[in-house]
Design a protein around this ligand. Sequence first.
Ligand code: AMP
Length: 289
Amino acid sequence: MQRISGIADMRARVVDWQRAGLRVGFVPTMGNLHGGHLALVDKARALSDRVVVSIFVNPAQFGPNEDYATYPRTGEADCAALDASGVDCVFLPAVDAMYPDGAGPRTRVEVPELNGMLCDVSRPGFFNGVATVVAKLLNIVTPDLAVFGLKDYQQLLVVQRLVRDLNLPVDIIGGPIAREPDGLAMSSRNVYLTADERERAPALYRALCHVASRLERGEPDWPLLVAEGLDRLREAGMQPDYLEIRRADDLAEALTSDHELVIPGAAYLGRARLIDNVRVSLPTPGQRD
Ligand code: AMP
């Protein structure tokens, strides 16, 4: 596995492959890799001839009181895991290379219709930071396809939208959520959980599944379902951020006439902020038995 940190070198590597007719898949990450990242790598490998993974802890997506300085950086272990997964190239750009003019005002990418809701409310500026760095990485790596996790559902929609709006020639693929055996979605930040918090953490997924199964069984009182879900989070000792029933394709507030839904949830537990979601397809009236 090749390690590249220079932007020009990264671009040249991929251009060479593409000139040889090879299809290049890309998985952007912030490192501290777990099974969720590696599942995205597997998906990229299945769909392409060469796979590039980037590891870049992007300062532009962290708020002033967030964990940029302490975000777990485990470069050597990450590279070993990527090598073992058959990745062809890891891109490890320095912060100065990605942001040579520092943190001051600069061009940024914003997807307004997905801001002002869900994660953007408690993490203002987060998605602008993500959208900007993803646009930069896609311009540097120029992959044929890029794989993003469905775990960060709002982020996946932001990326799909920016690619469409900016006419970037890349296919954006969603990869399924990888979970621990007890249902907790894998996350680099799960290391922040104490042993006691770790035991309680699967309550987020269970609360989402509870709401999903009541929806599927036809419960008409959606505010009641949301209240039940939030109660379950509080009972597990979490401080809920949000738990909502949204339309799957654009995250607009869902109407009872909608069928393709997603239930996104976020909650604070100790030092960690957990996020997760569950998709629900309600039968159309003709399909109901
Ligand atoms: P991160 O390193 O947290 O920025 O995540 C990099 C990519 O991995 C993003 O596309 C995430 O959505 C994805 N990802 C993170 N956790 C999971 C998970 N448990 N299952 C699937 N994808 C994930």
